[in-house]
Design a protein around this ligand. Sequence first.
Ligand code: NZQ
Ligand code: ZN
Length: 386
Amino acid sequence: MNIFLQHNPTKLYFGQGQISQLSTEIGTKKVLVVYGGGSIKQNGVYEDVMEELKKAQATIFELPGVEQNPRLTTVHRGVDICKSQEIDILLAVGGGSVIDCTKAIAIGAKYDGDVWDLITRKVPIESALPIGTVLTLAATGSEMNPISVISNWETKDKLGWGSPLVFPRFSISDPTYTFSVSRKQTVYGIVDSMSHALEHYFHRTKNTPMIDGFIESLLRTAIETGPKLLKDLTSYDHRETMMYISTTAFNETLSNGTDGGDWATHRIEHAISAVYDIPHGGGLSILFPNWLEHVLEDDPSRAKMLAMNVFGISSEGKSDLEVARDGAKALRSFWDSLEAPNRLSHYDIDDTDIELIIDKTFIKPGVGVYKELDRESVKDILIRSL
Ligand code: NZQ
Ligand code: ZN
């Protein structure tokens, strides 16, 4: 293992009814409530949040309309409100897009220039407003991590960034708040959570049996729970399991002691989303198995472990490469069984912009850790995905 520091300051209130903690967490502050396209007004979450904030005697401001793949223009709107109204704390109520937008508003509110300078790392992030979250969709892990992903439609860039200053101070995860998530969006959440676990798994650090076993257990649980949840979208037990999986898959636990894993698939997916604005989980379900098939040809060792320990594939009478290939097929078949997209043509994407997508993938240097990809490798993965 590598040396590591574990320090996650987010207070996680997990379980039914935990919204009752909100009034104490917010108190009498000036709060900006950030939310998306209106699902919280249909499923009762908005009323629960407002009731708690009124109980706390908070002064409430609202920023509705955060897009899926949140946009810089919306971040600007939020920053303007924070500055003009002297907001004390931000409350994100929604999925990853709402939380990520809120994180960007938090740093923009404390900076005199354009927040894009901070997101692009032109200027270091030195301060942020505090944020809390009420999670309504199990997918990204943003409720307990310091990461955010923002799209700039002027430059067609979708950039991930992070700062310890934007760890949520608290997050409220009530599985009943995810009952209304559509089947399609639930599938995307399962795929995104599994991808986070898988990308952590493909690391190069030696002697990591505990963390490898933890990831394998998380993946087996997702494989067992996902199909049951899709048959019964309002099952508390299955929503609860998926919610805990998605938070744990990306709250830094799975990188303890490793080099962090290989996030090339996320880099390529963000590049595609920057150009075509597709759902994140849908992009990953297309790309990850093709990334896996690409890298296992050079080194089948971890794909073989995945095949045996997660999918229960026997190695008897087979070469390492054959077992690894069977593992990649098993992952593809599982996601196919959930009806997750498996080709870019699902989103009407052909090879027209392939060079542009490759350019966007390399917007930051260094793509991949398990295998460092060059432009040709990314092209190979994209062509396999068409
Ligand atoms: O807009 P609203 O009304 O909130 O509706 C949303 C949206 O239409 C809906 N939804 C959310 N909760 C619901 C609900 N519908 C019914 N009932 C509910 N309870 O679901 C749709 C998708 O929401 P969104 O927040 O976009 O999904 P997700 O959580 O998958 O977030 C995706 C974004 O997060 C980024 C992605 O790139 C993408 O921009 N990521 C962020 C990460 C992070 N911060 O750590 C890591 C991820 O890898 C990812 O890149
Ligand atoms: Zn993701």
